[in-house]
Design a protein around this ligand. Structure first.
Ligand code: NAI
Ligand code: MG
Length: 349
């Protein structure tokens, strides 16, 4: 099985290196090929997603992605910016389904910004649509006829786009606690009204799942008030982006949350990455928490390679390392990225 490693820039290479060590320690028949993406690719080739990187991503059985967002590229025109590589990969590979589990690992109650007894309840998956919405709609800036600068981004969803992500969320809910909350802004947005209609239609095929709808502003509030009420959250690209960062702090740190981006429920050719960005403020200093990327590697084994036992082994090792007190800076500890990787490896063996 070929795994494409796309470390990216910022802390990406540091955290992907630790995840690779964990994967290599598992004694599975895996091979790795690495390619440049994001700022690293721009500086080497003049483009954030070189053709050979895209070709490798398409050829591989699964992709482990670090992060992109090199601030030295901030002044480049939009198509050359590192984040475009990520959007292009998602679009090119048809990765419309983004699974973002948020659970509180034992011992991390003190790292959560919530009260320990509330944080302890967190165990959810955010199913975020990834290739539609305002991120991919027509966007422009211009000068209006009366001389004002104006910018716009078109938000839209077509019914098939909503249906396929809703199916992923219902399938997920069916395998969990059978509670699904669809999050939108249907009181204001036409896009959301369609979203809600289609989700209700899909619900007819899943009578065993209890479906509720919630407005995104209320969902943001409920996530910190009573996160235990959520099992599976289904939402669009923009709302999912924001809510999952919020959920991460409830679960201790953004450095803990993995994700899977899939093009079908089956996980074929999926891409796996931490939910955080390139963290330029700590890049190159060995301060990043590699757990989100290591846990993304576990999701890779589960969803794309059908290696559930190996996935659980990694998750158990992360959990054991944390229980034994291993903590990076973001979790209030002192371990470096490498030392945290060592702690997970020690727990694995
Ligand atoms: P960020 O997620 O990179 O960082 C936010 C904060 O969390 C920073 O203080 C950072 O130090 C901390 N942090 C993030 N990951 C951490 C880890 N593993 N361990 C410890 N601390 C961690 O978000 P920010 O600062 O908004 O964006 C930085 C750049 O990354 C931007 O260019 C942005 O566009 C890009 N970005 C890329 C993403 C991706 O590659 N998937 C996702 C989000 C942002
Ligand atoms: Mg985000």
């Amino acid at each position: 099985m070929l795994i494409a490693l796309l470390p990216g820039d910022g802390i990406g290479p540091e955290v992907v290196a630790e995840a690779r060590r964990v994967l290599e320690a598992l004694d599975l028949d895996l091979s790795f090929e690495e390619a440049l993406v994001g700022g690293a690719a721009y500086h080497a080739t003049g483009h954030p997603l070189p053709p050979e990187t895209l070709a490798l991503a398409k050829r591989a059985d699964a992709i482990l992605f670090g992060a992109v967002g090199d601030p030295t590229c901030d002044t480049l025109e939009r198509p050359l910016r590192p984040e475009q590589a990520l959007l292009a990969l998602r679009k090119e590979l048809g990765l419309f389904a983004n699974l973002r589990p948020a659970t509180l690992f034992p011992g991390l109650e003190d790292a959560s910004t919530l009260r320990p007894e509330i944080a302890a309840e967190i165990d959810m998956v955010i199913v975020r649509e990834l290739t539609g919405d305002v991120y991919f709609g027509e966007k422009a800036r211009h000068i209006t006829s009366d001389g004002r600068r104006e910018g716009y981004d078109r938000m839209s969803y077509a019914e098939d786009e909503v249906r396929r992500i809703a199916i992923v969320a219902f399938e997920m809910a069916k395998r969990r606690e059978r509670i699904l909350c669809s999050v939108d802004k249907a009181n204001v947005l036409e896009t959301s009204q369609l979203w809600r209609d289609v989700v209700n239609e899909v619900a007819a095929d899943y009578p065993e799942v209890t479906l509720t709808h919630m407005y995104v502003d209320n969902a943001a509030m409920q996530l910190v008030r009573n996160p235990g009420q959520f099992d599976v959250i289904l939402t669009g690209n923009l709302f999912g982006d924001i809510l999952s960062d919020q959920a991460s702090m409830c679960a201790g740190s953004i450095g803990m949350l993995p994700s899977a981006s899939l093009r079908a429920w089956s996980g074929e050719n999926g891409m796996y990455e931490p939910i955080h960005g390139s963290a330029p403020d700590i890049a190159g200093q060995g301060k990043a928490n590699p757990c989100a990327t290591i846990l993304s590697a576990a999701m890779l084994l589960r969803h794309s390679l059908d290696q559930e036992a190996a996935a659980q082994r990694i998750e158990a090792a992360v959990s054991a390392a944390l229980v034994a007190g291993a903590r990076t800076l973001d979790l209030g500890g002192t371990l470096s990225t490498r030392a945290m990787g060592d702690a997970v490896l020690a727990a694995l063996n």
